[in-house]
Design a protein around this ligand. Sequence first.
Ligand code: HDE
Length: 698
Amino acid sequence: MSKSHRSPGKPSSSDAKSQSLEPFRARADGEALRTNQGVKIADNQNSLRAGPRGPSLLEDFIMREKITHFDHERIPERIVHARGSAAHGVFKVYESQSELTRAGFLQDPAKETPVYVRFSTVQGPRGSADTVRDVRGFAVKFYTEEGNFDLVGNNMPVFFIQDAIKFPDFVHAVKPEAPDEMPTGATAHDTFWDFVSLVPESAHMVVWAMSDRAIPRSLRTMEGFGVHTFRFVNAQGKARFIKWHWRPVLGSYSLVWDEAQKISGKDPDFHRRDLWEAIESGNFPEWELGVQVIEESDEHSFDFDLLDPTKLIPEELVPVQIIGKMTLNRNPDNFFAETEQVAFHPGHIVPGIDFSNDPLLQGRLFSYTDTQISRLGGPNFHELPINRPVCPFQNNQRDAMHRQTLNVGQASYEPNSVGGGWPKETDPADGGFESYQEKMEGTKIRVRSDSFADHFSQATMFYNSMSEPEKDHIKASYAFELGKVTRPEIREREVNEILANIDADLAASVAEALGLPKPKAGSKPGKPKTADSPALSLMNRVKPGIKTRKIALLTAPGADAAMLKQLRDAFAKEGATALVIAPTLAAIGDITPDATIAGMPSVMFDAVFVPGGEAAAQVLSQSGDARHFVLEAFKHLKALGAVDTGRLVLQAAHLPDQADGVATGDAKELARVLKEFVDTAGQHRVWSRAAQAESVPA
Ligand code: HDE
């Protein structure tokens, strides 16, 4: 191997995973261009040919090697979750969890465990847009000293189906349709709604997918869930059931639907860019890790089955205990080598963590290794730098495609004497993995437990838990999606057999939008024992402040440059990023705008402020694009602010005179306007403006 492949360059962070990747990092600085066989290349511009205008020669081993490698640069994308973005980070437990689990990484608050986290959409291909309506994957690989632990979760706590045997059916139905491969990244098509309207167990998850959770504002502010029930096992062998939760420190926020659709076109990399830029700018995204803990003796004390992945445990029944924090602090060096090649697996667990008999989880335990064998080309994917544990690992597995390890010695079997018996088993007391000794008995049978039969109560509970604006969004999403379904019988079935069992008002509203008769009462209406769970509403997930929010300072030449700077500094002090947006990039005093109105439309921002300056106000008031900028922000329920002549721009856009969440005043009132604006932006959206916003053109 050439020196460049081994050169001990500078790791960008001091964490253990960064160090462990170091031998694999290739840096080209100062190195000669060579072939893969190490030969220095003299001409990388011209292929070898018979005369300056003659045919190329097969002999050209330099071109052949280069093009052959290029021809094979792609690997199959993930069958689901193909579109993803990832980052490195660290996890620390707040205090020892030894009472609950023996897992080494959950014992010592001083210990930092490296992590790699990949977020994804489910339906679309690798190049699809980030802000489509979809479930998001939230997969975390902990590189612990006892081996890799993968927490392969989603941003919603339940799933569409109860049994793994239905997964291929579900995925075939949700993916772009077979004849024309449409639509990309969307559930708004016949086969999805055909399947879910025939499979009532999906009802709960589909309401989540129609809610604002499916259009997150950023990956950084998504909650994460392990979905299935898992187990913690402590050093004494005592087990308890647990559910995993990730809670973003900045709170959870969503886009609005019209905005999400527009961003898909204006910046399909919106979420990816946001995550990357936050980390580059030192605004490291943070999540707290929480667990709901259920004693084994309480296994049957709920009105649903803990093994049923279409159910969640309301926090009001079992509170979430916060046990640690994850911080993402380093972007990947190479998207392909890390984000594309990372292989997660819910079966990658460490001592102290164990499975439950959730039949969906059990099927996943098979699927994730199997899929890597075709996606990553064989069973040695654990040797790829991003997948390698940070602890040493030796065993008697040998050979196979793409083997990297050069195992030394004769013994590749156990027991052996020629290798001194190594590598040897470890006693559970010293950290050897031992499965939890759950008592089992039963008849071999293909049957769904009766305890999995209630499909509507938690769908009703989730709907009941939403605020009015959230309920309105859910109604609108069903109407939008079912409106795209071409077969009337599918629409009718969803409304009459699914929605009517969730909530009469929801069913009636969607029926009206689809031009269907008012549905009759459902035959199996949801009757939740817990009527609602306020913790499920995103309205209750807002955290104060505007840290990391993006604010547009909409302006033009002739602006009050001093005020512009004052505002920029004031927002920076609050931890927000304020960008100066103008019709062109021409300097305004000594300020160069960050982007043009066309280049960064209002959908890229959380809030919009128009500073003063007579000439600037003239230019903006006459610009259709500038007027559209503020109108659109108004429609998307964002905080708006305008001082002095900046107010003329809002007037020119014909915004209603009296509207919630629009802070205005003259230059002397700047401090008051600013405070009002920051408070409103901290709420993320001005929900009370929704009715007024409806009448404004999109
Ligand atoms: Fe997955 N899932 N899944 N899944 N899943 C995959 O594995 C599968 C399920 C989830 O960023 C695949 O490496 C089956 C639930 C995430 O790389 C595949 C079943 C949850 C990711 C697969 C499920 C998930 C995947 C595709 C039902 C939430 C992306 C490529 C039995 C708890 C991980 C791959 C990443 C990826 C199978 C259901 C989450 C095919 C069979 C439930 C976050 O193996």
